[in-house]
Design a protein around this ligand. Structure first.
Ligand code: MG
Length: 258
Protein backbone atom coordinates (compact mmCIF):
# COMPACT_ATOMS: atom_id res chain seq x y z
CA UNK A 1 0.00 0.00 0.00
CA UNK A 2 1.70 3.18 -1.17
CA UNK A 3 0.33 6.31 0.47
CA UNK A 4 1.58 9.43 -1.30
CA UNK A 5 2.56 12.07 1.26
CA UNK A 6 2.06 15.70 0.26
CA UNK A 7 4.46 18.57 0.82
CA UNK A 8 3.26 21.81 2.40
CA UNK A 9 3.19 23.33 -1.08
CA UNK A 10 1.09 20.50 -2.47
CA UNK A 11 -1.35 20.86 0.42
CA UNK A 12 -1.74 24.53 -0.49
CA UNK A 13 -2.50 23.50 -4.09
CA UNK A 14 -5.07 21.07 -2.74
CA UNK A 15 -6.55 23.77 -0.53
CA UNK A 16 -7.15 25.90 -3.63
CA UNK A 17 -8.96 23.01 -5.30
CA UNK A 18 -10.80 22.49 -2.01
CA UNK A 19 -11.90 26.12 -2.01
CA UNK A 20 -13.55 25.65 -5.41
CA UNK A 21 -15.38 22.59 -4.01
CA UNK A 22 -16.41 24.55 -0.90
CA UNK A 23 -17.67 27.47 -3.02
CA UNK A 24 -19.78 25.14 -5.16
CA UNK A 25 -21.26 23.28 -2.20
CA UNK A 26 -22.02 26.46 -0.30
CA UNK A 27 -23.86 27.87 -3.32
CA UNK A 28 -25.79 24.62 -3.79
CA UNK A 29 -26.85 24.68 -0.12
CA UNK A 30 -28.47 28.06 -0.80
CA UNK A 31 -30.07 26.95 -4.05
CA UNK A 32 -31.43 23.60 -2.87
CA UNK A 33 -35.08 24.46 -2.18
CA UNK A 34 -38.49 22.98 -2.90
CA UNK A 35 -39.26 23.28 -6.63
CA UNK A 36 -35.60 23.20 -7.75
CA UNK A 37 -34.38 20.29 -9.90
CA UNK A 38 -31.14 18.46 -9.27
CA UNK A 39 -30.18 19.24 -12.90
CA UNK A 40 -30.33 22.93 -12.05
CA UNK A 41 -27.97 22.36 -9.10
CA UNK A 42 -25.66 20.51 -11.47
CA UNK A 43 -25.69 23.46 -13.89
CA UNK A 44 -24.72 25.85 -11.09
CA UNK A 45 -21.85 23.56 -10.08
CA UNK A 46 -20.56 23.44 -13.66
CA UNK A 47 -20.73 27.22 -14.01
CA UNK A 48 -18.83 27.98 -10.79
CA UNK A 49 -16.22 25.30 -11.55
CA UNK A 50 -15.62 26.64 -15.04
CA UNK A 51 -15.38 30.23 -13.81
CA UNK A 52 -12.73 29.08 -11.31
CA UNK A 53 -10.73 27.41 -14.10
CA UNK A 54 -11.23 24.01 -12.48
CA UNK A 55 -12.45 20.64 -13.81
CA UNK A 56 -15.35 18.67 -12.31
CA UNK A 57 -13.98 15.27 -11.26
CA UNK A 58 -17.06 13.06 -11.45
CA UNK A 59 -18.21 14.02 -14.95
CA UNK A 60 -17.33 11.18 -17.35
CA UNK A 61 -16.11 8.71 -14.73
CA UNK A 62 -16.34 5.25 -16.38
CA UNK A 63 -19.13 3.02 -15.12
CA UNK A 64 -17.82 0.09 -13.04
CA UNK A 65 -20.56 -2.14 -14.51
CA UNK A 66 -19.85 -1.15 -18.11
CA UNK A 67 -22.80 1.24 -18.43
CA UNK A 68 -22.67 4.91 -19.38
CA UNK A 69 -20.02 7.16 -17.83
CA UNK A 70 -21.27 9.42 -15.02
CA UNK A 71 -23.21 12.20 -16.77
CA UNK A 72 -23.20 14.87 -14.04
CA UNK A 73 -20.71 17.21 -12.39
CA UNK A 74 -22.35 16.58 -9.01
CA UNK A 75 -23.79 13.45 -7.49
CA UNK A 76 -27.28 14.39 -6.29
CA UNK A 77 -28.87 11.68 -4.16
CA UNK A 78 -32.37 12.27 -2.81
CA UNK A 79 -33.99 10.63 0.26
CA UNK A 80 -33.18 6.92 0.33
CA UNK A 81 -30.49 7.40 -2.33
CA UNK A 82 -27.13 7.13 -0.60
CA UNK A 83 -24.55 8.21 -3.20
CA UNK A 84 -23.95 8.54 -6.96
CA UNK A 85 -27.43 9.86 -7.80
CA UNK A 86 -27.60 11.29 -11.32
CA UNK A 87 -28.75 14.92 -11.53
CA UNK A 88 -31.95 15.19 -13.57
CA UNK A 89 -34.51 17.81 -14.61
CA UNK A 90 -37.15 15.26 -13.54
CA UNK A 91 -35.95 15.15 -9.93
CA UNK A 92 -37.61 18.19 -8.33
CA UNK A 93 -36.89 18.79 -4.65
CA UNK A 94 -39.88 19.02 -2.33
CA UNK A 95 -40.48 19.90 1.27
CA UNK A 96 -39.25 17.19 3.64
CA UNK A 97 -36.70 15.72 1.20
CA UNK A 98 -33.12 15.00 2.12
CA UNK A 99 -30.60 15.76 -0.59
CA UNK A 100 -26.99 14.62 -0.56
CA UNK A 101 -24.63 16.46 -2.88
CA UNK A 102 -21.13 15.13 -3.50
CA UNK A 103 -18.73 17.19 -5.59
CA UNK A 104 -15.07 16.98 -6.55
CA UNK A 105 -12.90 19.35 -8.59
CA UNK A 106 -9.37 19.43 -9.94
CA UNK A 107 -7.46 22.71 -10.10
CA UNK A 108 -3.89 22.97 -11.42
CA UNK A 109 -3.52 19.20 -11.16
CA UNK A 110 -4.77 18.78 -7.59
CA UNK A 111 -8.09 17.45 -6.33
CA UNK A 112 -10.64 18.31 -3.67
CA UNK A 113 -13.72 16.25 -2.74
CA UNK A 114 -16.55 16.99 -0.29
CA UNK A 115 -20.23 16.26 0.33
CA UNK A 116 -23.18 17.28 2.49
CA UNK A 117 -26.73 16.15 3.17
CA UNK A 118 -29.36 18.82 3.63
CA UNK A 119 -33.05 18.80 4.57
CA UNK A 120 -35.45 20.71 2.32
CA UNK A 121 -37.87 22.78 4.37
CA UNK A 122 -39.26 21.02 7.43
CA UNK A 123 -37.90 17.49 7.76
CA UNK A 124 -38.91 14.56 9.94
CA UNK A 125 -37.07 14.62 13.32
CA UNK A 126 -35.60 11.16 12.75
CA UNK A 127 -34.21 12.26 9.37
CA UNK A 128 -32.72 15.34 11.02
CA UNK A 129 -31.09 13.08 13.60
CA UNK A 130 -29.64 10.93 10.80
CA UNK A 131 -28.02 14.00 9.24
CA UNK A 132 -26.80 15.33 12.59
CA UNK A 133 -25.20 12.01 13.54
CA UNK A 134 -23.47 11.61 10.18
CA UNK A 135 -22.11 15.14 10.32
CA UNK A 136 -20.97 14.59 13.93
CA UNK A 137 -19.05 11.50 12.78
CA UNK A 138 -17.13 13.59 10.26
CA UNK A 139 -16.48 16.17 12.97
CA UNK A 140 -15.09 13.41 15.24
CA UNK A 141 -12.51 12.65 12.58
CA UNK A 142 -11.58 16.32 12.19
CA UNK A 143 -11.10 16.64 15.96
CA UNK A 144 -8.89 13.57 16.28
CA UNK A 145 -6.83 13.33 13.13
CA UNK A 146 -3.18 14.04 13.96
CA UNK A 147 0.22 12.48 13.27
CA UNK A 148 0.61 9.19 15.17
CA UNK A 149 -3.14 8.55 15.55
CA UNK A 150 -4.41 5.17 14.37
CA UNK A 151 -7.35 5.50 11.98
CA UNK A 152 -9.00 2.39 13.53
CA UNK A 153 -9.51 4.32 16.78
CA UNK A 154 -11.34 7.11 14.97
CA UNK A 155 -13.31 4.64 12.83
CA UNK A 156 -14.39 2.72 15.95
CA UNK A 157 -15.78 5.92 17.50
CA UNK A 158 -17.55 6.91 14.29
CA UNK A 159 -19.15 3.48 14.04
CA UNK A 160 -20.20 3.54 17.70
CA UNK A 161 -21.78 6.97 17.21
CA UNK A 162 -23.99 5.66 14.39
CA UNK A 163 -24.88 2.49 16.27
CA UNK A 164 -25.83 4.34 19.47
CA UNK A 165 -28.34 6.35 17.44
CA UNK A 166 -29.80 3.13 16.03
CA UNK A 167 -28.32 3.70 12.56
CA UNK A 168 -25.80 1.68 10.58
CA UNK A 169 -22.58 2.57 8.79
CA UNK A 170 -22.42 1.63 5.11
CA UNK A 171 -19.65 -0.91 4.54
CA UNK A 172 -19.55 -1.13 0.75
CA UNK A 173 -18.26 2.43 0.26
CA UNK A 174 -15.39 4.10 2.10
CA UNK A 175 -13.26 7.24 2.10
CA UNK A 176 -9.92 7.44 0.33
CA UNK A 177 -6.57 9.11 -0.04
CA UNK A 178 -6.64 12.06 -2.45
CA UNK A 179 -4.05 14.20 -4.20
CA UNK A 180 -3.23 14.44 -7.88
CA UNK A 181 -5.78 11.66 -8.28
CA UNK A 182 -9.28 11.70 -6.84
CA UNK A 183 -8.81 8.18 -5.46
CA UNK A 184 -5.45 7.30 -3.96
CA UNK A 185 -4.38 4.86 -1.27
CA UNK A 186 -5.39 4.22 1.47
CA UNK A 187 -9.00 3.12 1.75
CA UNK A 188 -10.53 4.97 4.70
CA UNK A 189 -13.44 2.98 6.20
CA UNK A 190 -15.92 4.57 8.61
CA UNK A 191 -15.98 1.33 10.58
CA UNK A 192 -13.41 -1.13 11.89
CA UNK A 193 -12.87 -3.77 9.25
CA UNK A 194 -10.73 -6.87 9.53
CA UNK A 195 -8.61 -5.39 6.74
CA UNK A 196 -8.06 -2.22 8.76
CA UNK A 197 -7.05 -4.14 11.87
CA UNK A 198 -4.57 -6.18 9.81
CA UNK A 199 -3.06 -3.05 8.28
CA UNK A 200 -4.04 0.01 10.28
CA UNK A 201 -3.49 3.50 8.92
CA UNK A 202 -1.15 5.35 11.26
CA UNK A 203 -1.70 8.99 10.38
CA UNK A 204 1.35 10.88 9.26
CA UNK A 205 2.06 14.50 8.44
CA UNK A 206 1.45 14.96 4.70
CA UNK A 207 -1.38 12.42 4.39
CA UNK A 208 -4.48 13.86 2.77
CA UNK A 209 -7.67 11.84 3.18
CA UNK A 210 -11.21 12.26 1.91
CA UNK A 211 -13.18 11.19 4.98
CA UNK A 212 -16.79 10.44 4.11
CA UNK A 213 -19.14 8.79 6.60
CA UNK A 214 -22.21 7.25 4.95
CA UNK A 215 -24.98 6.22 7.30
CA UNK A 216 -28.24 4.34 6.76
CA UNK A 217 -31.29 4.72 8.99
CA UNK A 218 -31.93 1.02 8.64
CA UNK A 219 -29.57 -1.78 7.74
CA UNK A 220 -26.16 -1.27 6.15
CA UNK A 221 -26.67 -3.32 2.97
CA UNK A 222 -26.88 -1.32 -0.26
CA UNK A 223 -27.50 -2.01 -3.95
CA UNK A 224 -27.05 -0.16 -7.23
CA UNK A 225 -30.11 0.81 -9.28
CA UNK A 226 -30.56 -0.16 -12.96
CA UNK A 227 -29.19 3.23 -14.06
CA UNK A 228 -25.80 1.73 -13.18
CA UNK A 229 -24.95 4.49 -10.69
CA UNK A 230 -27.46 5.32 -7.97
CA UNK A 231 -26.71 3.48 -4.73
CA UNK A 232 -29.61 2.88 -2.32
CA UNK A 233 -30.00 0.95 0.93
CA UNK A 234 -31.57 -2.45 0.26
CA UNK A 235 -34.26 -1.77 2.86
CA UNK A 236 -35.24 1.49 1.11
CA UNK A 237 -34.86 3.65 4.22
CA UNK A 238 -33.12 7.04 4.21
CA UNK A 239 -29.36 7.65 4.25
CA UNK A 240 -26.93 10.52 4.76
CA UNK A 241 -23.39 11.37 3.61
CA UNK A 242 -20.90 14.04 4.66
CA UNK A 243 -17.35 14.42 3.38
CA UNK A 244 -14.30 16.65 3.67
CA UNK A 245 -10.81 16.52 2.23
CA UNK A 246 -8.56 16.65 5.29
CA UNK A 247 -4.78 17.10 5.50
CA UNK A 248 -2.78 15.70 8.41
CA UNK A 249 -0.38 18.41 9.59
CA UNK A 250 1.97 18.85 12.55
CA UNK A 251 -0.10 18.59 15.73
CA UNK A 252 -3.46 17.94 14.05
CA UNK A 253 -5.24 18.33 10.75
CA UNK A 254 -6.67 20.93 8.40
CA UNK A 255 -9.93 20.72 6.48
CA UNK A 256 -9.08 21.71 2.89
CA UNK A 257 -12.70 21.85 1.69
CA UNK A 258 -14.02 23.97 4.59
MG1 MG B 1 -14.85 10.93 -1.96
Amino acid sequence: MAIILKSRREMEMMRRAGQVVAAVLSKLKQEAKAGVSTASLDATARRITEEAGAIPLFLGVPNPYGGRPFPGAICASVNEQLVHGIPSPKVILKDGDLISVDFGAKLNGYCGDAAFTLGIGAVNARHQKLMDVTQAMLQMAVEQMAPGMKWSRIAAEMEACAREAGFSVVRDYVGHGIGREMHEEPKVPNFVSRELLREDIVLKEGMVLAVEPMVNMGRSAVRTLKDGWTVVPRDGRHSAHFEHTIAVVEGGCEVLTG
